[in-house]
Design a protein around this ligand. Sequence first.
Ligand SMILES: [Zn+2]
Length: 113
Amino acid sequence: MARIPNDQLERIKTEVSLVRLVESQGCQMTKQGKDYAVCCPFHDEKTASCIISPKSNLFNCFGCGAAGSVIDWVMKTQGVSFRLACEILQKDVGIVTEAKPVKRSTTKNSLPP
Ligand SMILES: [Zn+2]
């Protein structure tokens, strides 16, 4: 399997809205100025300390230190590999280079254990 070209990675990171992705997973977001706060799916918490920035399209959790791009978010929330996360997101952006069936699990709202 060919590796994913850098320009495609860049497109995924910039064109897939992290806010929309998080929303589609059923996470409750609260607006905080220009950013959004969400209860971190990566550690147990009752007050939202995971900040999502629509501007940089990155997340950053002040509770557990989880941070990254849409690709990291998908990898962590869905427990998939970097490559699979890219493929899931590529479909979102519409960059489909090879017709390969990838099971989408974004319809599920449940978080991994
Ligand atoms: Zn966290």
